[in-house]
Write a protein that binds this ligand. Structure first.
Ligand code: X5A
Ligand code: ZN
Length: 697
């Protein structure tokens, strides 16, 4: 299986800049690349990547997405005088040319193609191309928004052509709409384009009607273009005007920082859980291209969003479970140099396999985000079965959905100048990964290739007294069984290794999984953390839950569970779940992940008590996704010795991408109903479960 993360960069791409005065373009500076590159170096990340040489794209490659006329026109720019360059520039929107930009644009495309080549041939698993100029705004015959050639569009067309792949997913998390990408693929069902973007009901650049959620693709491509507009207007409410007039710079900055003016991490994650990921799994891509713009991070003078750089570690991680991990990220925007550099590091560190940082304090998505989520799900309901059963019948029609807020140009101008200068946010904590990835404790006779990459842990068998002490519980019948006592000793040493930060995660194959789970939870709560998430697959829930919230139990079972009112106990009853992979996935994406992000556990116990509940591949996917949490501290417990389950669990814990789930059929409607019932019950407690706004229930 492919491993390694490629990094593509060439200093040459810093050798062009704006040569005249243009307020719209002054943020697109060469330092964007140098600070990103240096930050990767200083964090010790570039040294862990596989450096790949950048090359110039050929004309033939550029012509995959652009017209001959446009190429010929751009080709003349290196010989133009300053005056000619300015005139040439004027025919396009928010872009500038420079004598060296044509050369750089060819390198930017070439770097993207080198990355696709390396990933598709298995030379590396994934990678990032740090490029300038960006690409996603440029169109067949048009430069736009700092973009000359459409790097990602060409990469997708190149991948289709040279590697005969039929499904490419493009995730455009830049804060602007990549209209160039939309135009290129809107009729193409082989390329699924997803973009979220600041829109404000068309008041934000590029101010296009077709950036709204109802542009779903055309002809054969209908359903394969997904736009998620961010409409929250900032500081436009009339009562702010008076305030602003009496404001000095300090006061302005304070206002901006204290008001949540843009979307935050909760909004971004909600869109992943309830829009992008369900569709992406259903689409089943063979390759993922990320239009990785970081102007969607806090501090950016274009985006004005509030999501901290850590979020990109999570977005990246969530995508790495798809397409067998084949992911190519290509830089687009990102104009706050501090925020950009941090976001680039978060992305690369996740690509390298380090556990994402914990994100605390996630709340609900804002009303405006919920409205967009609901609208886009409704608009795509007819194309994707994952939205079929969703309750989206009431959705605002585009004309009436929100009273359009009047722009206050004076306030806009006042803010544009120094507004972002003093926005501060805490530096992302360093993401230390223990030296050993996966510890295992296994009964004898379970040797396997994958398991040899794991670290074997054996403990001293516990005495019944020790167990009783750990469990706060005197009478446990199995305590006479030597194998059980040995397995608890093993688990204890595994947890101690995790506690010492020698080992990141672990796998134990045990004779009594219920006892082991209870033991594991208790020990983790005593020595490791104050919040444990127990994901339990089986019909008998192992722990008696206290209502203090120190344990959250998510139980996937096949028999009807007892009625519960607890917000920390989430039973999900799935029928025929081993064959209804779509239903299982729905439970994971729309319930389990949002709950786990909201709960923010310090340790995860993933327990497989009943192997008949779910297939090996689906389980492996779940284990992979769970490593978003608790800094990767997952303890997997498996009852019985089903070799395939043990092998895929170890592989997932080691960070190998799980096999794809394959084409998903429609989920069983009774399973969707069971999931929806729990989602409805819990959404007031756990805001990330919400998919609809208050006005449109
Ligand atoms: C790649 C990118 C932004 C253009 C903004 C123009 N372009 N106002 O982020
Ligand atoms: Zn952008």
């Amino acid at each position: 299986m492919a491993s390694g993360t490629a990094l593509l960069y060439d200093e040459e791409m810093t050798r062009y800049k704006l040569l005249w005065v243009d307020p719209a373009c002054k943020i697109e500076v060469p330092e964007r690349l140098t600070v990103s590159w240096e930050a990767l170096h200083n964090a010790g990340l570039s040294g862990r990547c596989i450096p790949l040489p950048v090359r110039q794209a050929t004309e033939e490659e550029i012509l995959l997405a652009h017209s001959q006329e446009y190429l010929e026109a751009v080709k003349k720019t290196p010989d133009m005088s300053l005056e000619e360059l300015m005139t040439f520039t004027q025919q396009y929107g928010d872009v500038y040319f420079h004598p060296n930009i044509y050369h750089c644009a060819k390198l930017a495309v070439g770097a993207s193609l080198q990355l696709v080549d390396a990933v598709m041939t298995g030379k590396v698993r994934n990678g990032l191309a740090l490029v300038r100029p960006p690409g996603h705004h440029s169109q067949r015959s048009e430069a736009s928004g700092f973009c000359v050639f459409n790097n990602v569009a060409i990469a997708a067309l190149y991948a289709k052509k040279h590697f005969k792949i039929q499904r490419v997913l493009i995730v455009d998390w830049d804060i602007h709409h990549g209209q160039g990408l939309q135009y290129c693929f809107e009729e193409d069902p082989q390329v699924l384009y997803f973009s979220w973007h600041r829109y404000e009901h068309q008041r934000f650049w590029p101010n296009l009607r077709e950036s709204d959620f109802d542009s779903v693709g055309k002809g054969m491509g209908a359903g394969f273009n997904i736009n998620l507009p961010w409409n929250k207007a900032r500081l436009m409410a009339p009562y702010f005007r008076g305030l602003l007039e009496h404001c000095d710079q300090k006061c302005l900055t304070w206002l901006l920082a204290s008001l949540q003016v843009g979307m935050d991490s909760s909004d971004y994650l909600s869109v992943f859980f309830h829009v992008l990921l369900p569709v992406a799994y259903e689409f089943n891509p063979e390759l993922i291209l990320v239009s990785a713009g970081f102007d969607s991070a806090v501090g950016d003078p274009e985006g004005h969003m509030c999501a901290t750089p850590e979020i990109f570690g999570h977005l990246t991680h969530l995508l790495m479970s798809l397409a067998g991990g084949r992911l190519c990220a290509v830089l687009e925007g990102g104009y706050n140099l501090t925020s950009l550099a941090q976001s680039v590091c978060q992305t690369v560190q996740t690509l390298l396999g380090d556990p994402p940082s914990r994100i605390s304090g996630l709340s609900s998505p804002c009303e405006s985000a919920l409205e967009s989520i609901q609208s886009v799900r409704a608009a795509h309901q007819q194309y994707w079965v994952c939205f079929k059963n969703a309750d989206v019948s009431l959705w605002p029609d585009p004309g009436t959905k929100c009273s359009r807020l009047e722009g206050d140009t004076q306030a806009e101008e006042a803010l544009k100048e120094g507004e972002m200068r003093e926005i501060v946010w805490p530096e992302p904590p360093s993401r230390l990964a223990p030296p050993i990835r996966t510890g295992v404790t296994l009964p004898a006779g379970l040797e396997d290739d994958v398991l040899t990459s794991c670290f074997r842990v054996t403990g001293i068998p516990l005495t019944p007294n020790q167990v009783a002490k750990e469990l706060w519980h005197p009478a446990v019948p199995e305590l006479k069984d030597e194998k059980v006592l040995q397995s608890l000793g093993d688990i204890l040493s595994l947890l101690k290794e995790i506690e010492k930060k020698e080992v990141r995660n672990g796998l134990a194959v045990v004779p009594n999984v219920s006892l082991a789970a209870t033991f594991g939870v208790q020990h983790a709560l005593t020595s490791l953390t104050d919040r444990v998430l127990l994901v339990f697959l089986g019909n008998e829930a192992p722990v008696e839950l206290q209502e203090d919230g120190r344990v959250m139990l998510i139980q996937l079972c096949s028999t009807e569970p007892v009625e519960t009112k607890s917000k920390f106990y989430v039973p999900i009853c799935l029928k025929k779940s081993s064959s209804d992979v779509a239903g299982f996935l729905h439970a994971v994406l729309s319930l389990l992940l949002p709950l786990a992000y909201g709960y923010d556990p310090g340790m995860i116990l993933a327990v497989m008590a009943d192997c008949s509940l779910v297939g090996a591949v689906a389980w492996a996917q779940l284990i992979g996704l769970l490593q978003s949490f608790a800094q990767g501290h997952t303890l997997a417990l498996i009852q019985g010795a089903e070799k395939e389950i043990i092998r895929v669990t170890a592989a997932s814990l080691l960070g190998e991408p799980a096999s794809t789930l394959g084409p998903l059929g429609p989920p069983l409607s009774e399973n969707v109903k069971a999931v929806e019932k729990e989602r409805q019950r819990l959404q007031t407690h756990w805001g990330l479960l919400q998919t609809t706004g208050e006005d449109h229930p």
